[in-house]
Design a binder for this molecule. Structure first.
Ligand SMILES: Cc1cc2nc3c(=O)[nH]c(=O)nc-3n(C[C@H](O)[C@H](O)[C@H](O)COP(=O)(O)O)c2cc1C
Length: 313
């Protein structure tokens, strides 16, 4: 099987600036393991005394209709209408009252995204060129991003010709101090890193294996309860990887996530039906989540009892 190295990069050739389905199919076994783990998690029903649930959330001082967010993607192809892919994604986020996240794109792309009015969390690569990292971070702040962060898991090899380098704890602490915005660390997949993020002053973490940045990655939901126990009172916990429906979103929220993100699942939707279709999709995922909350007597996102989910086997 073709498996990318740790320098997993979405775009090796410019011509592949399409839906990236080729790369998605070569992510080793981590996505399969994660998918199978989701299937092991079952939901019980608590239908007496249940009330219509509220799926809205407050994040970094803003109000959102749903905890179903966009994952930070990058280099999506433009829609047929000519609207750049990431801008269209941001428009979909605005229409659905959802948080937008932006990945590796450049400063002009982020400005386009923000011009849609989308509340956006900008995730910057751990560029070996730390000056570039800091420039991107202050640009995000000056442009009005909601929060900023780094995907610490994309720290090896290079991406699109940009060499990457792992962050030290000291560098992370310095970045969070300098950010001037809530700082989010994406690609946390251990209690150790989660605790270091708290000590470094991060406002949030994304528990994620980056759709298979390494083979045999532990499913984010496997670690989530222990990460929640260790750091859940100190920072926001977000989760992605393999979430494409409201029941999987519910499982993640029940096991300790404050919000979840949809990554690869949004790409075909966006491509086929644009921002409006994306908004309908996010709303349908949110509706399915709401049904699960209703049937488990979970009145709002802060009151989902973890004991409503069971790990079989
Ligand atoms: C085309 C594509 C581009 C991505 N670009 C970035 C990026 O620039 N920064 C980042 O942190 N993650 C990036 N990711 C990773 C996603 O944010 C997400 O962590 C991953 O796809 C797992 O979520 P999923 O299983 O819902 O797709 C990208 C993923 C894809 C598929």
């Amino acid at each position: 099987m073709l498996v990318p190295s740790v320098s997993l990069c979405y775009i090796e050739e410019k011509e592949r600036r399409v839906l990236f389905m080729e790369q998605i199919t070569v992510s080793g076994d981590s996505n399969r393991i994660t998918g199978e783990y989701f299937e092991q998690i079952a939901i019980e029903l608590r239908q007496l005394d249940c009330v219509p649930p509220d799926t809205s959330m407050e994040l970094f001082g803003k109000h959102f209709e749903t905890p179903v967010m966009m994952s930070p993607l990058s280099h999506l192809k433009p829609l047929e209408s000519g609207v750049p892919g990431m801008t269209a994604m941001a428009m979909g986020a605005v229409l659905s009252g959802s948080v937008m996240w932006a990945g590796m794109g450049d400063e002009a792309e982020l400005e386009d995204i923000l011009s849609t009015g989308a509340e956006t969390i900008k995730i910057i690569k751990p560029y070996a060129d730390r000056d570039l990292l800091y420039r991107r971070m202050s640009h995000a702040k000056d442009s009005g991003a909601l929060a900023v962060g780094v995907d610490i898991d994309h720290a090896f090899g290079d991406c699109l010709g940009y060499p990457m380098k792992p962050l030290s704890f000291g560098e992370l602490a310095e970045l969070t101090r300098a950010a001037g915005l809530p700082f989010v660390v994406k690609g946390v997949l251990s209690i150790q890193d989660a605790e270091k993020c708290v000590q470094a002053g991060a406002a949030g973490i994304v528990v994620s294996h980056h759709h298979g940045i390494i083979r045999s990655a532990v499913p984010p939901l496997f670690l989530l309860p222990s990460i929640k126990k260790a750091v859940g009172r100190e920072l926001k916990i977000f989760v992605d990887c393999g979430i494409d429906n409201g029941l999987n979103a519910f499982k993640a929220l029940a096991l300790g996530a404050d919000a979840i993100s949809l990554g690869r699942a949004v790409m075909p939707v966006l491509n086929e039906s644009g921002p409006e279709g994306l908004s309908r999709y996010v709303k349908s995922v949110t509706d399915e989540l709401k049904q699960a909350m209703y049937r488990t007597a979970s009145p709002d996102l802060n009151h989902i009892d973890p004991s409503v989910v069971h790990i079989l086997n």
